[in-house]
Design a binder for this molecule. Structure first.
Ligand code: PSU
Ligand code: MN
Length: 300
């Protein structure tokens, strides 16, 4: 069974070993409202192309893993209500000919299948606050740990327990490197107060890290933590008030499981008067640009 379908643009890039950047679709389908999600998806792809790499936006359509979406497929993902799928749902989505948006977890797996070494997203999932009771730990962590892909993100979403998320990454053998920072960024904010032992300041240096990881025979992914630009950030103390309120409201409304992350993101959009959305879009675009530069450095 052919399970993967490449767009003509990605197919050509594969033939000539051109730099490719994988992109996820849950962030579009469940993380941002229409039509901003579609505009953002187009903008991400434009930034990757302008930098000299090929964007490979990934979704499951009609039960096939599509790597590289055309304009109408991108619009379908942005507009139509669609399943949010992690790795545990991938086989089911294929076997039932579903249309589905892929999370970081499902997307890094598909990128690894396709031999794509660099992936850009907003923020990875991680250990949820209260995980000691709920055991809600995003499948993103295990998927990154078993997919040799560099994940360019603005850290983990600050709705999570960030210290536990870093511990979980360490346990899984995933290097976390700060891009031009000594601190693990907190998605909407530059600062989390959590120090990182690894810092690199150029795309070429990150490419060297990716090569070293591979030379060691480690099939583990790498988290490249790229803080949001200073002029776009929502300072951490301010954001924390909104997050605490949203988590309280989610508990009162008994929101859990897959719904939790999209629900919290949506609530924060309202409580910050869309500032969290604008920050989210800004950091994704910046991650896409950095991912393209890393992919290009790797191709040399
Ligand atoms: N970051 C965002 N918006 C999102 C997500 C991340 O800015 O919508 C998505 C990603 O697809 C990530 C997923 O993989 O949330 C994690 O969900 P969960 O916590 O249910 O594993
Ligand atoms: Mn979960």
């Amino acid at each position: 069974m052919t399970i993967v379908r490449y767009s003509p643009e990605v197919e050509r890039a594969r033939e000539c070993n051109a730099p490719v950047v994988a992109l996820e679709t849950t962030i579009l389908s469940h993380g941002m409202p229409f039509p901003r999600n579609l505009q953002t998806a187009r903008e991400i792809e434009r930034i990757v192309r302008e930098a000299g790499a090929v964007p490979a936006t990934i979704a499951v359509l009609g039960g096939r893993i599509n790597i590289g979406l055309d304009e109408s497929q991108l619009e379908h993902v942005a507009r139509a209500p669609m399943l949010k799928i992690g790795r545990s749902d991938l086989a089911y989505a294929l076997a039932t000919n579903a249309d589905a948006a892929t999370t970081v977890a499902a997307t890094v797996h598909c990128a690894a299948l396709a031999g794509i070494a660099v992936f850009a997203t907003g923020g990875i999932g991680g250990v949820h606050r209260g995980a000691a009771e709920t055991m809600d730990v995003s499948g993103d962590l295990d998927a990154i740990a078993s997919s040799p892909v560099a994940v360019v993100c603005a850290g983990a979403k600050a709705i999570l327990d960030l210290p536990k998320t870093l511990e979980a990454l360490e346990t899984r053998g995933v290097p976390v490197v700060g891009y031009r920072t000594n601190e693990f960024p907190a998605f909407w904010s530059r600062s989390s107060g959590l120090r990182l032992a690894q810092r690199l300041d150029t795309p070429a240096a990150i490419a060297a890290l990716v090569r070293a990881q591979s030379a060691l025979g480690l099939r583990t992914g790498i988290v490249v933590a790229n803080p949001i630009a200073a002029q776009r950030e929502i300072p951490a103390p301010e954001m924390e008030r909104h997050i605490a309120e949203a988590i309280g409201a989610a508990a009162a409304a008994r929101i859990g499981g897959k719904e939790l992350t999209p629900w919290l993101l949506d609530r924060l959009m309202t409580s910050t008067a869309q500032r969290s959305l604008e920050a989210n879009i800004g950091l994704v675009l910046s991650n896409a640009a950095l991912a393209a530069e890393i992919a290009i450095a790797l191709a040399h």
